[in-house]
Ligand binder design. Structure first.
Ligand code: 5U1
Length: 679
């Protein structure tokens, strides 16, 4: 089919766009758009070229891998070209890839695959001669790369000499150089302090670090290398293994680092399970991955299948849904939180990112808006990783319209018009209205009724908002004197729900001291700190009158939290709220004073993850605490033990990667029975 002038023009435009993106990505190490946008343009180009093969030219960006090497470095010609991988963006295109392979091979058996994480870094080639590292090179355009030997020699896990003695005389190893996530955060902090360029993401930081003319700078960067294939192999002393996975194992025996996540899978379904597994643990890894690579494991099959254009037919990168996307900031609004914190929130043109449609992103505070240089109407990159609230990563200045407008931070509270206060050493501005401010009041009441506090069944956010708007409640104690008609007259409330709510309010009156303290919503006093305060003081009166020195003896309580506690109890209004609650009949069992340090699990930190089937999670937590353990929400190297229930995900993976002890629910119950006599 002959292409119309419109198609020819569209093709030229897409090529120009991709070339600009390539320049920013490969030469400047500073892409302006998210990968998803790059992938879309490339797909559009490939689709036109497939439809109109006459328009396909050798210099098309679809025929290229990477970009020209930088002139600052000496060039290296790869004796075996460094190719790229085709992408599958969904299950269907992965299955289509696998079917194409089966068809070509006229195969009826399951194909065995080497399954590997697709590391989000920079492809690098390492050449060893007689076991000595003699050259490191970037991929460049796949044919010619840059000589970065001095730089790769500084990467801690790259061996300068291979182990053993049975390696080929000339051996080229290929893999990815990445920057760890925590290293990236630290590096950007230092860059900021030194007023130097901050990097958009760990991959750009890795690329920027490797392409330093001064290798002493590279040496200071937290880079790691992971091997994923062989390039040139000459004069091997023994034949190489006949499977890719076994060859990787051989490389590892020679001292080359491999990813811990490598696996071998039989057939497409097992590959999809691996994809799912890696997607689940993705956020717990200390480096970015953007998908999974599947390779036919048997080398003979790879040879039969061969290559097409720039990529092998025997491998594919099955990408995860993009975590970064482009969208437009339609408006910026200011939310007032429970403690008066004023948070600017970007209202976005809805966009699908990280597996969900996102229409809001937090902007944190005024400093963040300034750092981003954001205006209303800007096109931005937003990021949604795991369950983290979507963030605005950067503004795409090239796409700014002339009518984009500045964001003006309010001078008074947008809800109650009270003054806004910003302490010198705090980034957050706060409304000074306290519970006079309807927003703060509503949020405080929601916190009071929430699951970890009073857990009042049937008292959802919408009901609380109506109760506050109709001035039926002004303090949490007012919930307990609500009358049946007042509740049943609310919107979405029938007589039955009203009766149920009255009943659950009655039931909630019996609580624990820890929950009571947590429910008061004192700044920075979360569930764990409230439990520590309760266990330490045993009585509310003691907490109310504790001084700075005494409060800081409680685990988790530092000077700032101690000051928040003192400020809270010094406020007459708060004391009245507490008295009101006690007058309404709120009560908790007396805590026997015990010497916490002598309890059997004192000094140990536990993390509960996954679903517990035999014991309620809160009960498990309370039991652990009663045995002296701290129960934390996240796993770190300091965690003593992780209790992994059914379907445990990223926390379990993190514990395993850190070598933290893991027990299952039954083992936890056994521990409880063993220790129950000791506590
Ligand atoms: N894990 C992995 N990443 N990666 C990237 N394997 C792998 N293989 C590649 C590339 C470009 O290429 C070979 C299949 C040619």
């Amino acid at each position: 089919m002959a292409a119309s002038q419109d198609i020819i023009k569209q093709l030229a435009l897409i090529k120009t766009v991709i070339e600009e993106y390539n320049y920013q990505y490969y030469v400047l190490d500073n892409p302006s758009v998210p990968d998803a946008e790059y992938d879309r343009q490339m797909l559009a180009l490939q689709t036109i070229e497939q439809q109109y093969p006459d328009l396909l030219t050798d210099d098309s960006p679809s025929q290229k891998v990477g970009d020209m090497p930088l002139p600052d470095f000496k060039q290296v010609t790869h004796e075996v070209p460094m190719l790229s991988l085709d992408n599958a963006f969904d299950r269907e295109s992965f299955l289509a890839f696998e079917k194409r392979m089966q068809d070509r091979l006229k195969n009826t058996n399951e194909i065995t695959y080497s399954c590997e994480p697709k590391l989000d870094g920079l492809a690098v080639s390492l050449l060893y001669e007689n076991g000595k590292l003699v050259r490191g090179a970037t991929r460049g355009d796949g044919r010619v790369g840059e000589n970065i030997t001095a730089n790769v020699r500084t990467i801690r896990n790259i061996p300068l000499t291979l182990r053993g003695d049975n390696y080929p005389q000339r051996l080229e190893v290929r893999g990815e150089v990445i920057m760890t996530r925590d290293g990236f955060i630290k590096l950007n902090k230092t860059q900021l302090q030194q007023e130097k360029k901050v990097f958009a993401n760990p991959r750009n930081a890795a690329a920027g670090s490797l392409r330093q003319l001064d290798s002493r700078i590279t040496a200071k960067r937290p880079l790691l290398f992971f091997t994923y294939s062989l390039g040139l192999v000459e004069n091997e002393q023994y034949p190489l293994a006949d499977c890719h996975s076994a060859r990787l194992k051989q490389l590892s025996d020679w001292g080359l680092p491999l990813s811990k996540e490598l696996q071998v899978a039989e057939g497409a379904e097992a590959c999809l399970d691996y994809y799912q597994h890696l997607g689940n643990i993705r956020d717990s890894l200390n480096y970015d991955i953007d998908g999974v690579v599947f390779k036919a494991d048997v080398i003979e099959l790879q040879k039969t299948l061969g290559f097409v254009a720039r990529a092998p037919r025997w491998a594919i990168a099955h990408k995860f849904p993009a975590q970064e996307e482009m969208t437009v900031v339609q408006e910026v609004e200011f939310q007032v939180g429970r403690t008066g914190a004023i948070t600017p929130v970007a209202r976005l043109e809805p966009v699908f990112v990280g597996g969900v449609t996102v229409s809001n992103a937090t902007l944190h505070n005024a400093d963040e808006i300034e750092r981003l240089g954001l205006k209303v109407g800007d096109t931005v990159i937003i990021r949604r990783a795991g369950d983290v609230i979507p963030q605005v990563v950067s503004v795409i200045i090239d796409k700014r319209h002339k009518n984009a407008r500045d964001i003006v931070f309010p001078e008074t509270c947008p809800i109650c018009d009270s003054a806004i206060e910003k302490l010198e050493d705090e980034a957050i501005a706060r409304c000074t209205g306290g519970l006079y401010c309807a927003a703060q009041l509503k949020e405080s009441m929601k916190h009071f009724a929430s699951r970890k506090a009073f857990d009042i069944d049937g008292l959802g956010d919408k009901i609380i908002e109506q109760l506050v708007d109709q001035k039926l409640v002004k303090t949490p104690a007012d919930f307990f004197s609500l009358e049946f008609v007042q509740i049943s007259n609310l919107e979405r409330m029938g007589e039955k729900s009203a009766a149920n709510l009255i009943q659950s309010l009655e039931k909630c009156k019996q609580t624990t001291l820890a929950k009571f303290i947590y429910s008061l919503g004192i700044r920075e006093v979360g569930e764990a700190t409230a439990a520590n305060l309760a266990a330490h003081y045993c009585e509310l009166e003691a907490i109310k009158h504790a001084n700075m020195e005494s409060l800081q003896e409680v685990s988790d309580v530092g000077a700032i939290v101690a000051q928040h506690l003192i400020n809270f109890f010094a406020e007459e209004h708060n004391v009245q709220v507490i008295d009101g609650l006690i007058a309404a009949g709120i009560d908790w069992p007396i805590i026997e004073k015990i010497k916490i340090d002598t309890l059997p699990l004192s000094g140990q930190t536990f993390v509960l993850t996954g679903t517990l089937e035999q014991m309620d999670r809160n009960a498990a937590k309370a039991t652990l605490q009663s045995l002296g353990a701290k129960v934390a929400g996240s796993v770190s190297a300091k965690t003593s033990c992780v209790v992994a229930g059914e379907k445990a995900g990223s926390k379990l993976a993190k514990a395993e990667s850190l070598g933290v002890k893991v027990i299952n629910e039954q083992e936890m119950l056994d521990l409880f029975s063993q220790l129950s006599g000791l506590a």
